[in-house]
Design a protein around this ligand. Structure first.
Ligand code: THG
Length: 371
C-alpha cells in the first residue's frame, strides 16, 4: 500500500543525506525510527535489484538510529538488553542480536557495535528502544549514560563497494572482515566503517558521527564512483526476501519470539547469564515453538508486499501467513517470507497462498536464503 498524502514535520526527521537524495529524484519515503527512509529512485524495484547485484549503491540509512550505552555499567546493560552472549564480544565487532521483553516477545533486532569495553551502539530496527534502555538503567541503578547520538549511517552496498571505499578511505578497508569495523580517516575526522548492511551483495556502513559532515561524505563517495555506475539506492525488497533478511514490524512483532524468527543461534540458554526475558525463553525452548519463518515462492500474477498478512493454507486449513512478498525477475515467481506452522515448515511443502482479491496461488516452502 502507498500513502501519497503523508505530511512531513519535524517529528519525521530528515537525514544529512536528504538534500542529495531529493536532488537524485527520490520517488518516495517510508518512516523508520521517526526518520525518513528513501524507498526508490528513478528506476523500478526490478532495475534496482539488478543494479545492486552488479554495481554499487549509496543508501541513506540515517533511520538506523543508534542507542548509545556509555559508562562503567554499559557492558552490564548491553547484556541485560539481549539474549545474545556478549561475554566474548571484541571491540571492533558488530553483532546481530535479538532484543526481547519479559514474555520472550521480540522488541527489536539491532546490530550491536562494541566500540570499547564501556561503550556500545545498538543500531536499531523500527521500534523505540531508547526509553526501554533508559528505564532499565534507571530501574537497576546502573552507572551508564543512555542516549541517541548524532550518528547517521550511510550504506555502500553491491559488489563494487570495496573498490569505491578504497578510493575514499584507502586500501585498509579491503581488510575489514565481515561484521567487523575500523576507524577510518575522512578529511581529518575518524569515522566508524563496518563491513555490514541490509543486503547480501556485500558492502559497508559508514557511521557518520556529525550531521554537518554528511553531505561531504556522500559527495566524496558519489564523485569517486562516477566510473563505477554508482547509483542512489535503498534496501531492496526483492533482494532482501531472497536473502532472508528480516524486517522488524513485517516478519516479526512483539507477538513473535526469537525462535520463531530463526534467531535461536543468537539466544544463549547455557550457563548462567542474566538478561531480560531469559525465564520466558527457557520455557519456550522447553515447550517448542509452533511456527517459524521460511521462504515461500508462488506462481501467478506479480504481487505486492501485503499490508495485511496473507493466509497460507493446505486443503483450506490455515498453516501460516505471508509477511512480505514481491515478484522476483530472477526466479520468475513471487518470492515471500512467511511464518509457517511446525508440521508444514519443511522446505518443499506445497501450500496455497490466498493473496487478496480471492486469488489462490500455488506455492512451495523454501529454506533461506533462497537459491
Ligand atoms: N545495519 C545497521 N543497523 C540496522 C540494520 C542494518 N538496524 C536495523 C536493521 N538493519 C536490523 N536488522 C538486521 C537484520 C539482518 C542483518 C542486519 C540487521 C544482517 N544479517 C546477516 C544475515 O542474516 O545473513 C548477518 C548476520 C550475522 O552473521 O550475524 O546483516 O542492516 N547498522
Amino acid at each position: 500500500m502507498s500513502v501519497s498524502k503523508l505530511q512531513v514535520s519535524r517529528r519525521q526527521r530528515a537525514t544529512p543525506y536528504t538534500p542529495r537524495v531529493e536532488a537524485l529524484g527520490v520517488s518516495g519515503y517510508s518512516v523508520v525510527n521517526h526518520t525518513i527512509l528513501p524507498k526508490g529512485f528513478r528506476r523500478t524495484v526490478e532495475q534496482d535489484y539488478w543494479h545492486l547485484k552488479s554495481h554499487v549503491q549509496l543508501w541513506d540509512v540515517g533511520c538506523q538510529r543508534q542507542v548509545e550505552l556509555q559508562g562503567p555499567d554499559a557492558g552490564l546493560l548491553a547484556q541485560l538488553l539481549t539474549p545474545r552472549d556478549l561475554r566474548n564480544a571484541q571491540v571492533g565487532q558488530c553483532l546481530y542480536a535479538p532484543m526481547i521483553d519479559e514474555t520472550g516477545g521480540m522488541l527489536n533486532d539491532p546490530v550491536i557495535l562494541k566500540l570499547a569495553p564501556d561503550h556500545f551502539w545498538f543500531s536499531i530496527a523500527d521500534a523505540d528502544m531508547l526509553l526501554w534502555a533508559r528505564a532499565f538503567a534507571l530501574g537497576r541503578g546502573l552507572d551508564v549514560q543512555v542516549d541517541e547520538p548524532d550518528v547517521w549511517p550511510l550504506a555502500v552496498q553491491g559488489p563494487k563497494s570495496d573498490d569505491l571505499l578504497a578510493r575514499v578511505f584507502g586500501d585498509k578497508v579491503r581488510n575489514i572482515g565481515f561484521f567487523k569495523f575500523e576507524s577510518c580517516d575522512f578529511q581529518g575526522h575518524d569515522l566508524v566503517v563496518a563491513r555490514s548492511g541490509f543486503s547480501k551483495q556485500g558492502g559497508f556502513e559508514i557511521y557518520v558521527d556529525e550531521f554537518s559532515l554528511g553531505t561531504y561524505v556522500w559527495d566524496a563517495l558519489w564523485d569517486a564512483g562516477s566510473d563505477l555506475d554508482i547509483s542512489p539506492g535503498c534496501p531492496n525488497l526483492i533482494e532482501r526476501i531472497e536473502g532472508g533478511l528480516l524486517s522488524y514490524g513485517n516478519e516479526m512483532t512483539r507477538d513473535n519470539n526469537p525462535f520463531e524468527c530463526g534467531l535461536e543461534k543468537y539466544c544463549h540458554l547455557g550457563d548462567e547469564l542474566d538478561y531480560i526475558g531469559r525465564p520466558a525463553l527457557e520455557r519456550i525452548a522447553e515447550l517448542g515453538h509452533a511456527c517459524e519463518i521460511r521462504g515461500l515462492v508462488f506462481s501467478g500474477e506479480p504481487c505486492q508486499a501485503p499490508q495485511f498478512p496473507w493466509p497460507v493454507s493446505i486443503d483450506n486449513d490455515q498453516v501460516g501467513y505471508v509477511t512480505s512478498a514481491t515478484w522476483s525477475p530472477r526466479l520468475e515467481q513471487n518470492v515471500s517470507l512467511a511464518m509457517i506452522e511446525r508440521d508444514f515448515w519443511q522446505p518443499g511443502t506445497e501450500v496455497v497462498v490466498k493473496a487478496g482479491n480471492d486469488l489462490d496461488y500455488r506455492g512451495v516452502v523454501t529454506s533461506l536464503p533462497m537459491e
